[in-house]
Every structure is written in C-alpha cells, then in structure tokens.
Design a protein around this ligand. Sequence first.
Ligand code: AOF
Ligand code: ZN
Length: 381
Amino acid sequence: MPVLPQDEIHLQRALDLAQAAVGLASPNPTVGCVITSPTGEVLGEGAHHYDAFDHAEIAALKQAATQGHDVAGATAYVTLEPCAHHGRTGPCSEALIAAGIQRCVVAAIDPNPLTRNKGLAKMRDAGLTVDVAGRNSPQAKQARELNDAFAFAIQNQRPFVTLKSAVSLDGKIAPAASTRSEVSPHWLTGPSARESVQQLRHASDVLLTGVGTILADDPSLTDRSGLPRRRPLLRVIFDSALRTPADAKVLAGGNAILVCAENADEDRDAALKATGADIWRLPTEANRPNIHLTLRKLYEELKMTSVIVEAGTGLTDALLQRNLVDHVVLYYADTELGSDAIPFSTRFPSPYKLQESLTEVTRSTFPHGDPIGTEDDVRIT
Ligand code: AOF
Ligand code: ZN
C-alpha cells in the first residue's frame, strides 16, 4: 500500500473525514469513507456519527445517490474494515457489495470480535478486490490511533486510560505547598500545551481527577476545544468523604460524578446533587475509591470508552500501581522545581525514570509503541 498512486490521497481524505468526527462517534469507532469512480472522481463521502446511525460507508453511498452518481464499478476507501454484522444497522460489507462496488481499500481491521476480518472475507467472497494498508503505513497508523480507545475498551471491558501531566525536568508537578500561592495555577503550561490538552479532552469521554486537585486549584476541567461532541465531557471526581465544595467550578453545568465511600456523610448529598452532579457510593479499597470498579461501571453502564486523567500524585500513583495507565502524555517544562516540590509520582524519581519503567513494565499495553509524547515548546508562563 498504496497499490495505486491515488490510494494514498483518497485514504487520507477518508481519515480526515473520520478525524472531523472525533467526539461524535463514541462509543462506536470513528470512521470515514470516500467512494471514487474508476477514473478517480469522488462520488460520495461520509463519516460515522453515532446519533445518525448510518455507518461511514452508508453515509457515503447515500451522498453519492443524492448527487445522482452511479457507484457500479467504483472503489470505496474506508478507514476501518466494513462491518459484517447486524447491529443498530445492517452490514456495510453487504451494502457495498449490493451497490456494485468493485474494489475496497481499508486502512485498519475492525478490532470488534463480532465482525473482525469477516467484512473483508464477505467482500472477497463476492469477488471484490480488497486491499488493506500495510501495518506500518502512515494511513494504517493514523486509523489505529483514531480508534485506540474503542479497540482497547471492546477487548478489555474498561475504558482506555490516558494520563496527562505537565512536569518539570526533575519530575515535579507543582512547587512545594508553602510557596504555591505565589505562583499562578497554570504555572507549567504554555499556549501550545494548553491547546494540545484541549484536543486530548475533546477526544475523551471522561476526565478523571481527585478531590485534592479540586481543593488546591478549583479547575473547571471542561472541553474548550470549540469542536462539537455528542455527549459532554463527563467529569469524575474521586472524593471518598465528599469534600468537594458545592460551588467548585468543576460542578458548574453538571456532567459530573462524585465517587465516594458508601458511608460518606449523607448531609453533603443534597447540596452536591443540587448542582446536577451524580453521586456514586461504592465500596472502597484501602479507604480510597475503588478505581477498578469505577472504570468498569463507566464502561458497562455509561458506555464510556476513554478516560483522561488530570490528577495529583496520589491518584497518579494509585493508577500506575494497578497498571491501569494505557497511555502517558507528559508536557515538559524547561525548569527544575527542587526536591521539596510535589512529584508527578512517588513511584518514580523523575519522568525519565518513569519512561524507563513503563517501557519495561507496561510496554505491551501501549498501542503507540512510544509511551511518552513530549512537547518541546512548553515554557512557564
Ligand atoms: C463500519 N463502519 O462507520 C463503523 C463501524 O452498533 P452498530 O450497528 O452501530 O455497530 C457498531 C460496530 O460496527 C462497532 O462496534 C464496529 O465494530 C463497527 N463500526 N463499522 O463498517 C462504520 N462505525
Ligand atoms: Zn458498518
């Protein structure tokens, strides 16, 4: 791949269509499709939006029909293998066959066991030419990255967890508590890191934090990317004793769940629920909210497939210790904060050590290969 010179261009266009649908497809995968004539003319385009039901291929076939194009003998470029099962809609592989598509170019195989490889087989059996992008091609990589969370969640029955933090070169996330008030809350992130964080939040279903972060910084923790999403970013706060103040910014506008101990003070409920927040009373684990249980509930009951964690040392440690971190994004600030400052994690003396440990211990859970993404233009503002 590419087999033909135009393949790369059309597959890239299909990937761009999928990319534009990030936030609109979850809990389904993000998928784009382009249908072209044998001479390379674009006949129809589509992307999957969960609320519109149609899979990307059906959306593209419908657009071609609306524009009066005949797709017999055409090529379909799809970022994910066309499905073979009956779910909320009929199988796309059969729809492409029935429409007379002659060739299908696929960027990535569907990780869903219900349909994986079956769509390809159906089309091949029907006599279509089916080409799959090489595993290491840029198109295949981009297609897999778009659906990292979907693939992980469907195979592990819990959401994909991305841990995000801004750290100093010596692995600290904030100055020592005694000097903290002298520093602005956004002390470690520059404009380009902040923009990147918004993109990460936009691609996530849930933002997870701890009550310590709420009490220390009173952050609003919203998706301010300005891009559309089908369900608002759900903020989940681990708060065993319900210490979150009812006027905390994170509770403004609802879409928040406080996870507390079963015996947390009942009197706090009414004030917190009045903000629109939900309260989950769950059995604790060593006096802390049970992380496994929370993640499983988020997936099973709310179909949440991706979580971004923006938290302090305690929650970061707890997640790393339980091997519940699937992807780490660190923004490095070109500074050192000294040994009294608050560490990213007590389990690792510095991010460099963290990188080594993750490479050894949990590399197999990292779909991207390289566990740590850095951004070199981060500066203290
Ligand atoms: C495709 N094209 O655009 C998408 C696919 O519940 P359903 O019926 O919407 O099916 C969802 C499953 O279909 C999902 O888990 C994945 O395997 C596949 N998604 N397939 O051919 C698409 N979004
Ligand atoms: Zn489909």
